[in-house]
Design a protein around this ligand. Structure first.
Ligand SMILES: Cc1cc2nc3c(=O)[nH]c(=O)nc-3n(C[C@H](O)[C@H](O)[C@H](O)COP(=O)(O)OP(=O)(O)OC[C@H]3O[C@@H](n4cnc5c(N)ncnc54)[C@H](O)[C@@H]3O)c2cc1C
Length: 421
């Protein structure tokens, strides 16, 4: 892979649009050419499903290939269900797609009948000494969220009015409006239900290999061979390995465990997180999060793993979460469960969209948090790339300020800015 400025181009391939006379106005002609599908999507997590949702709306013939026995059993199964606003750095692809995706959630959930509610996030401080950095953080967020999401700063009284269960040690907070919490299991189930009949789902069907042969892309799976025009690799934690199976070498995805603790008998109105002016490492820092189940989550934390398959929370993880979040509250809940998910950490700290074979293969690498939030916008962006590769040109904007391929990378590490949630 070579890096050309902010555009990453996979080995031996270039990003360009090919025109295909068989595709007109988004209406599939796949059936007439011995092709199984216009587009094969590998992975039925939230990213693959949202891509299928957009493409199916436009009349493309789509097949979704999933190694597990049903949808949403990968990274999407164990996460904290927050629809985010603040993701640093603000110029990254994941941050822009998250802000766009966030704004699409009300309509998406209303259409599918999925429980979703808007909440605010309180980034709190417990020392008067941190009130000056809090003010700086407030100005930074106001500047970057530019009127699309409400941001205000409040003292302890205002914070308690919003959140009566806050510890009386809290001295002030930045309040960011426009966050959301969603029942992600219902979202996956409803998306699957909505797409059944419009899209072919192949479960228990692992993609083993694939390559372009003339104008078609041949996929070999555990359930036979399939021919299509274009392949979207949305294999989550395994997207790097799937890319290799399809003949493209990409830098490895790093697994990062995120542990969460869930409590009953504890109600909060908002997402609550300790404010910090610096984001350390590869996490937004987690928070106290209300769920659509009426429970509250602490977390997630982040622990880098050697192997993708290790996913066991430890007592140390639980202690870390309790010592970080319990002091922000005046009440204690009853611990119901401890669970964990594995983040597909991007080799470059940002979502990577790597195209291969003249755009016949689109790899989505490192779709880490806030991938749930970004999914509607990422699905739309990928669908627009597919359409342009198949020769249908769209005029609509693809993400605020993303380059034409929507391909980008931002070096990871320590970002200066505001940490929380
Ligand atoms: C602890 C944690 C907390 C998080 N919290 C949030 C949050 O609050 N808000 C937010 O916006 N984001 C959050 N995220 C991020 C979000 O969960 C992910 O970005 C998102 O779920 C990724 O979805 P995906 O569809 O890309 O991947 P996945 O859900 O992993 O889907 C990929 C699918 O591909 C399948 N697959 C893999 N290999 C093959 C193959 N060879 N053949 C066929 N199928 C294959 C897998 O079985 C899997 O089902 C969190 C993540 C973690 C780990």
């Amino acid at each position: 892979m070579v890096c050309d400025g902010h555009v990453f181009i996979a080995e031996c391939v270039c990003i360009h649009v090919v025109s295909d006379p068989t595709m007109r106005g988004g209406v599939s002609t796949a059936d007439h050419e011995g092709l199984d599908y216009d587009v094969a999507i590998i992975g039925a997590g939230i990213t693959g499903l949202m891509t299928a949702y957009t493409l199916a709306e436009e009349g493309y013939r789509v097949g979704v290939f999933e190694a597990a026995s049903g949808p949403g059993q990968g990274v999407t199964a164990n996460q904290s269900e927050v629809i985010h606003v603040v993701q640093l750095p603000f110029g990254s692809v994941k941050s822009k797609l998250a802000r766009e995706g966030n704004l699409m959630y009300d309509e998406l959930c209303a259409r599918l009948g999925v429980p979703f509610k808007r909440v605010s996030a309180l980034l709190v401080v417990r020392s008067r000494l941190t009130l000056a950095p809090l003010l700086l953080g407030y100005l930074y967020l106001r500047l970057n969220l530019r009127g699309r999401f409400g941001v205000r700063i409040t003292g302890s009284r205002g914070a308690f009015e919003l959140e009566p269960r806050l510890s009386d040690k809290v001295k002030g907070a930045i309040v960011v409006d426009g966050y959301g919490v969603v029942d992600s299991k219902r979202l996956i189930a409803k998306l699957h239900e909505h797409l059944a009949g419009k899209v072919d789902f192949h479960f228990n069907c692992e993609v083993l290999s694939g390559k372009p042969q003339g104008p078609v892309f041949q996929l070999r799976t555990t359930r036979g061979d399939f021919a299509c025009k274009c392949v979207v690799n949305a294999a989550g934690l395994y997207a790097d390995e799937v890319a290799a199976r399809l003949g493209l070498r990409v830098e490895p995805i790093k697994p990062g465990l995120g542990v969460m603790t869930e409590y009953g008998g504890l109600e909060v109105n908002s997402i609550i997180a300790p404010f910090s002016l610096i984001q350390r490492g590869r996490t937004k820092g987690g928070g106290i999060i209300p769920t659509m189940r009426g429970t509250v989550i602490f977390g997630p934390n982040l622990r880098l793993l050697e192997r993708k398959s290790e996913a066991e929370p430890t007592d140390d993880d639980v202690r870390e979460l309790e010592s970080k979040f319990q002091p922000l509250l005046r009440v204690r809940g009853k611990l119901l469960r401890v669970y964990a998910g594995v983040r597909p950490l991007s080799p470059h700290g940002d979502f990577l969209l790597l195209e291969g074979y003249s755009g016949k293969l689109i790899n989505l690498i490192g779709i880490e948090s806030p991938g749930l939030t970004a999914a509607p916008a990422l699905g739309r962006l990928v669908a627009q790339r597919v359409k342009s590769v198949l020769g249908v040109h769209q005029n609509s904007a693809v993400g605020e300020g993303l380059d034409r391929a929507g391909v980008g990378a931002v070096r990871g590490g320590v970002d200066s800015g505001v940490d929380g949630v």
